[in-house]
Ligand binder design. Sequence first.
Ligand SMILES: *Cc1c(COP(=O)(O)O)cnc(C)c1O
Length: 380
Amino acid sequence: MSAQHPAGLASESVRRIAPYTPGKPVSELARELGLTDIVKLASNENPLGASPASLAAMQAALAESGLYPDGSGHALKQALAARHGLSPAQLTLGNGSNDVLVLLAEGFLTPGTEAVYSQYCFAVYPLAVQATGARAVVVPALPVAHAKMPLGHDLEAMLAAITPATRLVFIANPNNPTGTWVEAAAIEAFIARVPATALVVLDEAYFEYAVEAGCGDGLAWLARYPNLVVVRTFSKAYGLAALRVGFAASHPEVADVLNRIRQPFNVNSIALEGARAALADPRHVARSVALVAQERPRLARELAVRGLTTLPSAGNFLLANIGSAARAAALNDHLLRRGLIVRPVGNYGLADYLRITVGLVGENSRLLEGVDAWLGSERR
Ligand SMILES: *Cc1c(COP(=O)(O)O)cnc(C)c1O
């Protein structure tokens, strides 16, 4: 270790972390290509944005910008508890659900313990686990030829991977980037079989979109399973990704651990007020869910007509098989030049695929036109 290489002062496991690759921001593409009319279908954001009620609440909250937020998030916790039939003592608020996922890792993992997650899981789990020095046990996903849920979580294999050293088992239902899911009865049976020595972290970031697919409601199982932690977010169906608000619902003792290690003011006042107003405006969420229910099957069908098959999805996005890594890169490039941002997923080990967020009707049509133009150029 020398002064010339200060990174050597960080732990080995931290130095091995591959940083998170976010979707390309609209402003970046605008800067790079001088484009103005850009559509971003890369980060599973809600194309309807925040609800007007939420925007009004946030504008009002700006006036108090000189004051620290309510560090306990009292009002939002009360509203969430009332909505879901929980006690506020079961809730932990986070700067996005990402924050809560990191708190779970920090609170329950140490070198010598293990965390179990699936191949092709949400990228934040490996990041959070690796930073603690705990051992990551990556369970192979279901095969791509699986009849029902290609590349989905293999719950039997995940159960078999749990040892006495396992502290956390991460499951996203539905999963990002695959969109695949596990039905309610199967998830609950899984939770029931996980030993009390490990917490099940059930990430329901796409809960609102996934109701229709039969994913179930993890919050309803909390009373039965003290080792269950359900993670939700305001970033997706609620349209508040920029604000960074999410929460964990758990046994009060788990919430107590998370509350000890979180930053005292981890959720800002604007976000607290925006989330509270969003929760009180279920019609906006219903509109967002209806848009996806209508457009996701259309997009899947239209892509299939063009030879691009998609995985089954219970989220507001589709994982499309482009046929090869070279084709996926070429299509991504072509779309970028037309002002269309989708998500390459090579960092997930899925280089043949692109992840496409379901947008507004016109945005999805523009994407399909982009695909058509690329297919035309491929044939020439
Ligand atoms: C988008 C997403 C989240 C939410 O992240 P935030 O930090 O709340 O914005 C969590 N889990 C999964 C699987 C996601 O796709």
